[in-house]
Design a protein around this ligand. Sequence first.
Ligand code: NAD
Length: 498
Amino acid sequence: MTTLPVVPHWIAGAEYPSNSGRTGEVFDPALGVVTKHVALANAAEIEHAISTAHDAFGEWRDTPQSKKQSVMFAFRELLNARKGELAEIITSEHGKVLSDALGEITRGQEVVEFACGMPHLLKGFYTENASTGVDVYSTRQPLGVVGVISPFNFPAMVPMWFFPIAIAAGNCVVLKPSEKDPSAAIWIAKLFKEAGLPDGVFTVLNGDKEAVDGLLTHPDVAAISFVGSTPIAKYVYETGSAHGKRVQALGGAKNHMLVLPDADLDLVADSAINAGFGSAGERCMAISVVVAVEPVADALIGKLTERMSTLRTGDGRRGCDMGPLVTKAHRDKVASYIDIAAADGATIVHDGRNDNFDGDANGFWLGPTLLDHVPTTSKVYTEEIFGPVLSIVRVKSYDEGLNLINSGAFGNGTAIFTNDGGAARKFQYEVEVGMVGINVPIPVPVAYYSFGGWKNSLFGDTKAHGIEGVHFFTRGKAITSRWLNPSHGGINLGFPQN
Ligand code: NAD
């Protein structure tokens, strides 16, 4: 019997094998077999990881900004040159097709590039002579040790939303990746060391709820960036905040695409296919519901089914369009929504369970699935499915569609498809969602804007990356200074007036 490798932690600039005696299973979803185990940290390992990061903080904070930037630039160059290796790791544990894995790395790399401009982003203001002989200026300083807790669906991009900014701003990061696909984080840690990052500045703590709770409650952790499902995001926000930490917790989603009758239906169909089935629907910005303002639904369904018949689902290493779902349990849960839809009176236009798959028979397969006439009372409509199941809801007017979107519990992303600029402008103004696309189905903001939703899609005030990310990982200080000269004098207990 061969012993499977165990993905270790990364502590003090080296792999750190676990002694906890607890491990999780890591699958290759296209093969349907366990290929590795992952360490699940115990209390001693959590303490060691955080204290190593804490010890590294003073020196990293004091490191000149130019030196920090040279590490970030070197990291960017190495990542760009070797991202193919990382994409293969992602595909082997997550299942997404290789081109999509490369795509997520590229989006993460944009944040590294943004963080390369940190000296400019950290600059403060200076007011000379705010009062007589008094100058006022501001600066931003790092927080210390910050925790990043990430989900399975973007094992490289989501951590990269946070750690480049946190580190370039002078913090030390403890990353707790998803236990479903932990190897990307270890690869990134090795690359950072090669780029010259001092030991302890970037730590990978593998684990489950115990590791998350360790980060949420440890007195030496100043802030938490979390991304995952809504119930856990809410828990993380409440627990971290109760322990005095700054917390941003991004949660789940149910994204709608509103299609007006004047839209270009070929563009709509292409966009709905890409946004509904890309990464097998395991994207927080995936389109889950197409809200078709009649009379477009029948024509649109014709175009969607035509395109769906050309999609190839299979092993992400074989040039397919769509890969498997991440685990068998998740695949079965997603597939169960098709039965719920039928029971609730929806029309199953195409059932992806019956497709042929270009991969191992044991892979966690589910083909693209299309549902029509989905009742908005059905769990298929109200719950996040997180798989390749696209629902059509038919409405009579723009207002009915808008009200539907605004009455949802989530507010992550949405899109409108129309050729009417006035309607698009009205939608961007009226819709209660954090990220809006106009004829763009997945409106993930570029790195120098900030990513985050409204309502149950984000707990906390601050979004990821962009200026909000810089502010999240730093705290401002205003300094009022007076250098005495021989002419000063006199006691005055009031505020200075001039
Ligand atoms: P998840 O909530 O199961 O796990 C996220 C993280 O929380 C993981 O690191 C996991 O180990 C940890 N965790 C799991 N259970 C926990 C518990 N009981 N206590 C403490 N920590 C726990 O999410 P997932 O299945 O890995 O990812 C998919 C979810 O993430 C979807 O809901 C998706 O919408 C969401 N997501 C949101 C965004 C966004 O930007 N809003 C981005 C990506 C993914």
